[in-house]
Unconditional design. Sequence first.
Length: 331
Amino acid sequence: MQAPTQKFNIVVIGQNNRLQYEAVLFAASLRHSSPGFEGKLYVATPKPGPRWSQNPSLQNEDVLKVFGQLDAEILPFDSHVFGESYPYGNKIEALLAMPEGEPFVFFDTDTLITGDLNGVPFDFDRPGASLKVEGTWPKPTLYGPGFDGIWRALYDRFGLDFKSSVDDSQPHDHWRRYLYFNAGFFFYKCPRQFGERFLEYALAIRNEAIPELVGQNLDPWLDQAALPLVIHSFGGGRDALPDGLLDGPVSCHYRLFPLLYARESDHVIEVLETVVAPNRVKKVLKNYDPLKKLVVQGKGKKIREMFDQDNLPKREQVFRNRIKSKGLWMR
């Protein structure tokens, strides 16, 4: 593996909606938890155009000012393919605007950096992605092929070796047997190469009538259907990173702030509340109700008290229902 002091860039998506506040929080957590990070932090924002009914780009002057103070570079990109019809496609098209040939890590914006990224031994020649994943796609139908048939058809479509992607320790036709990632983070040595292939594969899966995909829902799962194929095509896999770093002590993909307070570690909550505290950050983030009410006004503590951290519910719906019953569910 390469030395952990290697230089790389980070990219998150920022938009004229809740993502701009999550991106500010991400940038603040990066500077707090990983002060030795030497690469560039890009906040990629889609340009206005025909694929957006309204201007999606970052426009709030206070938000832009705090990004400057946090040494985050705004990176406009064109939405040639996806845009408003499939905003998850932002993470694909943004890569095409990144500096060619410079290693990168993409993070979903609803992520906190909670530890030192320089201690993560990325091997940028072998891409990887988040394994904090459930069996969300595909969903085999009663009369259609199972997991094996669906995934095999996709590997065959792109001329990839299906057998070498399979985890033989898992039962046949169990979803964990097949390479599958959460697109909450992923990395590679070149964003342009990765983005071009990601776009190629995603478009083929979406547009071609692949028989084995009949009855499969690709919205919002298109990016997660294509991602394993892209990673496998570049020689990456499920073992590209040691366990227990990202989606562990170094990063937290919290998704929603009520869920963060309900189930994440005390350290994650400490990082959240610490990085929101400075006035330059707080005055911007107070414009987003979940952060204003849960963090600044302290109502997140009420959510925390509702759950035994040593005996958490296994189903997310249980969290949601209990939090909603107290009027504290917000996004």
